[in-house]
Write a protein that binds this ligand. Structure first.
Ligand code: 4FN
Length: 254
């Protein structure tokens, strides 16, 4: 997997990606990161990358030309590295909300290069987006100062799906969203913390009961905190029974 990022702050992206799962996966050769600074592709002596918006108003807009050159250099580098295709993604509040399903699709396209465009200021000249961008993705409905952190979130989500990226492959599969449910509560030592004991079943050693308790806790939590996720979930027979138990326990408490 190869990911190229066009950004005014290449060091921010490279530094953040060098830690933890993404950093280790790069050391293992599972993916390669390269960054491209549009400032290096500017055409005037000031190395301008932004200008005032037509129509007036506050803030600045990223110039099309340096971005087009930076994107071109990124795609050429991917092609020279043997990638058959490149897909250009603009991280944008106007994009399609990122889902785990889309992350898995992107991670499975091993031999397709990904070029990420991170915006700054008020955004990017629309003509550049129309000509050069294949897809727009949003990571959430909140204002941020630049597309770099959204790009890093997408990178982290993709890279941790690559085979060999996690030390414990099982944990990737068991993660909350993978089965459409939130995680159950987690506990570690000490067995009693601040007078609060770990649920008995978890120290019982009874694996079938532990699995059942965790599934039930996940279902209860998802129903309560993310009714949108719960509504989309198709329940197995066992899960239907556990949901019934949760509802009965809730009614008994009221
Ligand atoms: N943001 C909103 C509405 C209008 C503008 C923004 C905003 C960074 C370049 C885009 C934001 C959110 C999720 C990239 C936000 C994302 C960005 C993202 C992003 C600088 C212009 C900008 C209605 C969402 C609050 C700034 C809503 N996912 N503009 O934040 O790039 O990827």
């Amino acid at each position: 997997m190869r990911i190229d990022v066009v950004t005014l702050f290449p060091a921010m992206v490279e530094h953040a990606a060098s830690f933890g799962v993404t950093g280790r996966a790069a050391e293992r050769g599972l993916w390669q990161l390269a960054t491209w600074n549009p400032r290096d592709f500017a055409s005037d002596s000031y190395r301008s990358v932004d200008d005032r918006p037509y129509g007036g108003g506050p803030g600045m807009v990223m110039l099309a030309e340096p971005l087009a050159r930076a994107l071109g250099a990124a795609r050429k580098a991917q092609s020279d590295a043997g990638m058959k295709t490149s897909r250009t993604i603009y991280l944008s509040p106007a994009g399609a909300p990122l889902t785990h399903a889309r992350v898995v699709e992107l991670a499975n396209a091993h031999d397709a290069g990904i070029v990420l465009l991170a915006g700054r200021y008020e955004g990017v000249d629309e003509r550049l987006l129309a000509r050069e961008v294949n897809e727009e993705i949003a990571i959430g409905d909140f204002v941020v100062s630049g597309g770099e952190l959204p790009a890093l979130m997408l990178i982290d989500a993709i890279v941790r799906q690559l085979p060999g990226a996690l030390n414990d492959e099982a944990s990737a599969q068991e993660d909350s969203f993978v089965n459409g449910l939130l995680d159950c509560p987690h506990y570690t030592r000490p067995e009693v913390y601040a007078g609060d004991a770990v649920p008995d079943v978890l120290s019982s050693g009874h694996h079938a009961q532990i699995r059942r308790w965790r599934l039930k806790a996940s279902l209860a939590r998802t129903m309560q905190r993310r009714p949108d996720l719960f509504a989309r979930r198709v329940l197995s027979k066992e899960e239907t029974q556990l949901v019934r138990e949760v509802q009965q326990e809730n009614e008994a408490q009221q």
